[in-house]
Each structure stands twice: as C-alpha cells, then as structure tokens.
Design a protein. Structure first.
Length: 586
C-alpha cells in the first residue's frame, strides 16, 4: 500500500535524477549505509533525494550535484531508514503535533497508532479530530480501527461508535487494520469481533492482537481466527510460541511496560526475527523530553545482545513489510526519503533526521516547531456532567457488619479481589484510610443522571484527600477515589469544570491538577508543560500517602477490563475472568 501514490511527473523526475540527467535536491555523502534489505553495512555511499523521495543509492557520482544541491558530508556516520513505531497510542495525553517534534528528533519518522481512546472518549468525532491533525504532520501516522468501543458492552459504557463508520475507517489508506482485540472477545465468538475480523480480511488489512494470558489452545484459537500480531509477550518463551504460530511479535519497551530485557532471549535462540518488532506501546513523555525516543530502544536492544542490523530491521523494514507499507522502512530508489543519520550503532545519537525529504532535526533537536492544530471548541465539552453532591457517593448498608469485595491494586496494570470487613457509619459505608480502604466511584461521563459504579479500593494508600481523573483505559469515563465523600465531590466538580484531566484534593481544596480538556483526555499544551503537570500531580498524590510509584499510570488502568481480575466500571464491580457483574457485598 502507498499512502502517497507516485505521480507521473514525480516518477519521471526520480528516474532522471537516478541517471544523472538532473541534479538531486539533497545528497547525503560519505556515509555508511545500513541496508536493511540485504542486512549489510555498505561504506562510502551517497543517498540522493529528489523532492520527497530517494532517487539514488550508490557510489559517489558528481553528475548528481547541481548548483542548488545541498550536500551533507557525513564523515563515516551511519545512514539508517527512519524508525517506525509499529504499535503505539498517540490519541491521549498530548496532541500528536506536540509529540511529533520530539519523536522525529530521535529518528521516529512513522508510527502505527490505536485510536480507541479518542473513539471511547468522543465517538466518531474524536477519531475524526485525530485524523485531521495527523494529516498535517511530517511524522507519518497510520491508524487502526478501534474494535472495542467499549470493549465489553455488557459491563461498561462509552460513546457510541457505529459499525458503519468502523467499516468506512477500514477502507481508508491511512488505516492499516483492526486495532488490538482482546482475545476473550474473539475466542468467545463475540459477533461484533468476528464481523470486524471478516471486514478486515476483505480489505486486506491486519488484525492486531492483545493476547495477555493466552497460551496453548487459547492462543491457537486466537491465531486460527486470523489474529496477526501481539504486543503482550512478557517472556522469550511467549514470544517464541507466537513466532512459531506465524504471529508478528511486537516487543514492548515504553511507558506502560518494558519487556525488551525479558524477551531478549529470542536474540540468542537462533530463530528468524523477520516477524519481530520493537515498539513503544506509547512512549514515556518524560523520557522523550529529557532523554530520547526510539533511538533508546535500539541502544538497549544492542546492549542486550541483538545484532545492530537486526535490531534496526525490527524498527524499520520488518514493520513496513508486516503492514504492507511499500515505500518506507528501507533506503532504496523510489522510497520516501525518511532517513536517520546516526553517529554510531551503539548509542544511536541522531545527528540529522529527514522526513519526506525535509530536514526536520539536527543533533536531536527540531529544526523548527510545528504549527499546532487547534481542535474545535466542541472537543472541549465531552463531559456532560455539570456537578455532583457528596450524596452521589453514598453506599447504604443496613447490616451491623458487612463483608465486601474491594478492588486491590496489585501493580500498575493488575488488580484483584480482596475480601474486606466493614462497619457502617450511620447506615452507610465510608472509607477507612487507616486500613488502606478508600472509596471508589466510576461515573459515566456522558450521562448526568446515570448512577455511578461504587465500591472500595485497597493498595492505593491514600491517607487523606481525593483524586478524580477522566482518562481511563479504554472507556474514558471518570474515576474518583477518596477518603471522604465531600472531598470526592470537590475533586469531581473541579474535574468537570476544567473538562477533563486529573485533579488532586487535600484539606478541602484543590492542590494539583493536569488539565486534559480535549475529549477529556488530551492536553493542548507543549510536551514539557504536560510533563511538569503530571509530575506535580504525582507529587501531590504521594503527599496524600499513595503507595503507587506512578499514580498517573496506575489510576488510568484501575477500571481496565482488558486485564484481570476485579474491576470497577460505571456499571459496578466486574469479574473480568467471567466477564460478569458481581455484587459489592459478599
């Protein structure tokens, strides 16, 4: 597939430059070419650019140089294809333009992004806002059609996403396939999931997987359905099992999880890594601002024993071939001029970066800032709830003593059921921070009159105050946690006032917040400011006593039904393994 099919005139210009009849616009001279097609490093190579594409790759040729040709002497540096992030989520926290300035500076010239967050947060309009922005960027962003809006409709609610639009999205050139479909939806033969798989096959697109916990026969069934990839391998053994079944293995190394170390055994297993990739699953915003981007993934892979050229293939040509992207991922005549010049193949410091023939970064800094795309005013009004009183969080209990199910936070992405004894206070259950029991509520952000899902949480560690946030995997409803109903209401009302983000309350006042007003999940601010605000919010959470090392991440996953075991959604407590609602009271 070609995102930008070549025009007749462009084809002629490229051929004329390749034959020395017309000069190149740009020449990269004296570099060592990393040829990902032949797995070779070729010295003393010239790469000539005409317009947005590569016209020539080979020995020095003076006929390519004209009076207006830019010649960049590389002095033995390495010329690499632009890096492709084969699985990421660019539709929350920051605008893609704010992210792209940093991503490009570290060699990332293309990305394949899910759009499930914007789809769940604001339906079709949310996805169209995202498509409108990415069309303006030098970073090539491809999308995947969001399969679960919401993932499990019987136990959670989000914005509607009509199947007609899903099918329309799949036919777009920029859409490469069906986004990650949680394996129980597929193997339990959910009609919606099977229909989406069929539509993707008819359009010749991929079916991305989320096979966390699926091994043996469950994985075999998931593969038999046509699932073509998975980014959830946490050991080399899991990765090998999928490779042997013909699934593309995306090794995750990013903000949510870092599994390159644990999966690196495949580098020494002697197996073909053509179907293996290294992805971020979302880059760490702080790391991106302060240290680097996808070049850090290559640096780590090489330090763990991956041969440099194989590691580079895993973020370039392997990704392009898997998704059928015919003119990116390698350095060859006719391909898009997405190029990285690296000082070496150990640290991968990015000396210069080109995207579509334009120089976009020097020494890991953008050449110029991008014009920011303004989202329409309606995108800042995604929360329909105007205000709440503390009575919304009442949990009546007529018993003298009750035993309940609490959602216990095990780590940043996993929760479990914890039986807890509770004594009512004036006929109602309240938080007991002394025993690490805080009240939790999830509200349907689209329906002011809907009753919230109510419960209790352990493992959060709050000793006082409350936290409210509107960025929840995947539904993007509103989560409120607190030690008192009054402070929960205060946090909730401030969140609705700023139309999304995360708010921290202590002592009856707001002490920190990170606004995300676009669709309730995206900030319009530059990336460094977003990072500062998240740091301030996390510091405030730690002052409240939280035991979570990264509360901003852990809170986003609190209601996530894609992983085990007990979750609280807007419809109440959910046993994820059985995919059924359960009572608060045991």
């Amino acid at each position: 597939m070609y995102l930008h099919p070549m025009r007749h005139e462009e084809r002629v210009r490229l051929m004329n430059t390749a034959q020395g009849r017309t000069p190149a616009d740009v020449i990269l001279a004296g570099g060592q070419l990393v040829n990902v097609y032949s797995a070779e490093i070729l010295p003393h190579v010239w790469v000539a650019i005409k317009g947005a594409r590569i016209a020539y790759v080979g020995a020095p040729d003076p006929l390519l140089v004209g009076k207006d040709t830019e010649v960049h002497e590389l002095n033995g540096r390495f010329i690499l294809p632009g890096f492709i992030d084969g699985h990421t989520h660019l539709d929350s926290i920051f605008q893609v333009g704010a992210y792209a300035e940093y991503a490009l500076a570290f060699g990332n010239t293309a990305a394949v992004s899910e759009v499930a967050m914007t789809a769940n947060a604001m339906g079709v309009r949310g996805v169209e806002y995202f498509l409108r922005e990415i069309a303006t960027l030098p970073l090539r962003v491809f999308v995947l059609a969001p399969p679960g809006v919401p993932p499990f409709p019987d136990v959670e609610t989000s914005r509607p996403f009509p199947p007609e639009y899903f099918r329309k999205l799949l036919t777009m050139d920029r859409c490469l396939g069906v986004g990650e479909s949680y394996w129980p939806r597929v193997t339990d033969c959910e009609e919606r999931a099977l229909a989406q798989y069929e539509w993707s096959e008819r359009t010749g697109k991929t079916r991305e997987g989320h096979a966390a916990g699926a091994r043996g026969k469950k994985l075999q069934a998931y593969r038999a359905a046509g699932t073509s990839s998975c980014h959830e391998s946490v050991t080399a053994e899991e990765a090998l099992e999928k490779l042997r079944l013909g699934m593309a293995v995306m090794i995750r190394e990013g903000y949510v999880r870092r599994e390159l170390d644990a999966v690196s055994g495949i580098a020494r297993a002697g197996v073909d890594l053509t179907n293996a990739m290294i992805v971020t699953d979302i880059a760490d915003p702080q790391e991106l601002v302060e240290q680097g981007g996808m070049n850090l993934l290559l640096k780590k892979a090489v330090s763990l024993g991956f041969e440099p050229v194989k590691a580079i293939q895993m973020v370039t040509v392997n990704v392009a071939r898997y998704f059928g992207l015919k003119d990116i991922g390698g350095i060859a005549p006719g391909n898009m001029a997405d190029l990285v010049v690296a000082d070496d193949l150990k640290d991968f410091h990015c000396h210069k970066v080109w995207a579509g023939g334009s120089l976009v970064a020097k020494e890991q800094k953008p050449v110029k800032p991008f014009d920011r795309v303004a989202y329409p005013e309606e995108s800042r009004h995604s929360i329909a709830i105007e205000s709440v009183s503390s009575e919304v969080f009442d949990i009546p209990c007529a018993q003298a003593r009750a035993k309940i199910r609490a959602v216990e936070v095990v780590n940043e992405t996993i929760t479990q059921e914890a039986p807890v004894g509770m004594e009512p206070h004036h006929g109602r259950l309240i938080a007991d921070p002394g025993r690490d029991i805080v009240k939790a509520a999830v509200l349907n952000k689209s329906n002011q009159s809907a009753a919230p899902g109510l419960g209790f949480a352990k493992g959060v560690g709050l000793r006082s105050g409350a936290i409210a946030l509107s960025i929840l995997w995947d539904t993007n409803n509103i989560l409120v946690l607190g030690t008192s109903d009054q402070e929960m209401a205060l946090a909730m009302n401030e969140l609705t006032r700023i139309q999304g983000g995360i708010v921290v309350v202590q002592g009856g006042k707001v002490v920190a917040k990170a606004p995300l007003p676009i669709c309730g999940i995206i900030s319009p601010e530059p990336l460094p400011q977003i990072v500062r605000e998240i740091k301030e919010v996390e510091a405030a959470c730690h002052r409240l006593g939280t035991s979570m090392s990264r509360p901003f991440l852990s809170l986003q996953t609190f209601s996530f039904t894609g992983l085990p075991f007990l979750r609280l959604t807007d419809q109440g407590l959910v046993d994820v393994k059985k995919l059924s609602k359960v009572s608060l009271f045991l």
